[in-house]
Design a protein around this ligand. Structure first.
Ligand code: PEP
Ligand code: MN
Length: 339
């Protein structure tokens, strides 16, 4: 249920509603919108006297939230959430579209710094790269761990790019949170509920990737875990799902972009690298993502894809990124955005 306050309600009047809601044993989340404040109430509402809350000073109305994901839903919050990332606070979810690019895994100090400089020169706002890698095989390269995080931090210091890096478990979260600007929760971990709750308690943006078999509802309920734990800075990432089609690594379901934007106020970015598995398809799917309304892109970039330690086949070169950016800018402008 949401309690919609009238425009101009004072902090005391909002607090009064919060007190009443707590008296009913409900948990509240107060959302300050551009013209009005709403108090979202989560919990068992059977004993709640809706009329009593409606009579409180400056309450406009009390309405049920029909979606199973409450805090993530556009029913609760109409204005789009903007998540600011990195030292320069680039806003993801506003008019500007952000390019986040970098290798699948952090491979070495000079390498990541060089790639960071190339991503920055191309107009990127974030540097991606895993220091802790969730690999399908236990014998594959697992990442450089904390050393990799330090390399990312150095690359940030040199370029000002926001560091987006994966957190694979609750045990390594403190280390990742110390160095990262954005905590990436990978597709494999989308339903790792203790991890979702843990990143929900950290004051850092979270990039939540869609699970390989997750429905829109499961995806948004995963986001709900993070918000319910106290962190509203959630960026959703569509990265394709597994289907019968073997020609591509995953089937990139771009129809999820408008669907998510209708259902949630959270920003939506697209990862065409994992979404296709093939570098040659990445530019076309970047273009389609921007046209479909994505707020950002997450792209794998490598200067020697043939020798990449992971995901070389789906990594475009820095030069390809550089060439792609002006095209994406033109598409962004055609749909009333900027890049
Ligand atoms: C990645 O971004 O490198 C990654 C492992 O992605 P996903 O979790 O989407 O498979
Ligand atoms: Mn990868």
């Amino acid at each position: 249920m949401i309690v919609v306050m009238k425009p101009g309600a004072t902090t005391e009047q909002v607090q009064h509603v919060v007190d009443v809601v707590r008296d009913y044993g409900l948990k509240e989340h107060v959302i300050f919108g551009t013209d009005r404040t709403v108090v979202a109430c989560i919990g068992d509402k059977r004993m709640v006297d809706k009329g009593a809350i409606e009579n409180a000073p400056m309450v406009e109305r009390v309405v049920p939230i029909l979606a199973p994901y409450k805090m993530a839903s556009t029913e609760v919050k109409k204005d789009r959430t903007i998540v600011k990332i990195g030292p320069e606070g680039f806003p993801i979810g506003g008019n500007r579209i952000g390019m986040i690019a970098g290798p699948c895994a952090v491979e070495g100090r000079e390498h990541i710094i060089r790639l960071a400089e190339q991503v920055k020169a191309a107009g990127g706002v974030g540097l991606r790269g895993g220091a802790f890698k969730p690999r399908t095989s236990p014998y594959s390269f697992q990442g450089h761990g904390v050393e990799g995080l330090k390399m990312l931090a150095e690359a940030r210091d040199r370029t000002g790019l926001a560091i987006v890096t994966e957190v694979v478990g609750v045990d390594t979260l403190p280390a990742v949170a110390e160095y990262a600007d954005v905590l990436q929760v990978g597709a494999r971990n989308m339903q790792h509920y203790p991890l979702l709750e843990a990143v929900g308690k950290v004051d850092k943006p979270v990039l939540l990737k869609r699970g390989i078999t997750a429905t829109l509802q499961e995806f948004l309920l995963a986001a709900e875990y993070i918000i319910d734990a106290g962190n509203q800075q959630v960026i959703l990432c569509e990265r394709g799902v597994r289907t019968f089609e073997k020609y591509v690594r995953n089937t990139l379901t771009l129809s999820m972009v408008p669907a998510l934007k209708a259902e949630t106020h959270l920003p939506v970015v697209v990862d065409p690298s994992h979404g296709t598995g093939h570098a040659y398809m990445v530019p076309a799917m970047c273009r389609a993502s921007v046209a479909a309304g994505a707020d950002g892109l997450l792209v794998e970039v490598h200067d020697d894809p043939e020798h990449a330690m992971s995901d070389g086949a789906q990594s475009i070169t820095p030069q390809a990124l550089q060439e792609e950016m002006p095209v994406l800018k033109r598409i962004a402008e055609a749909v009333g955005r900027s890049m």
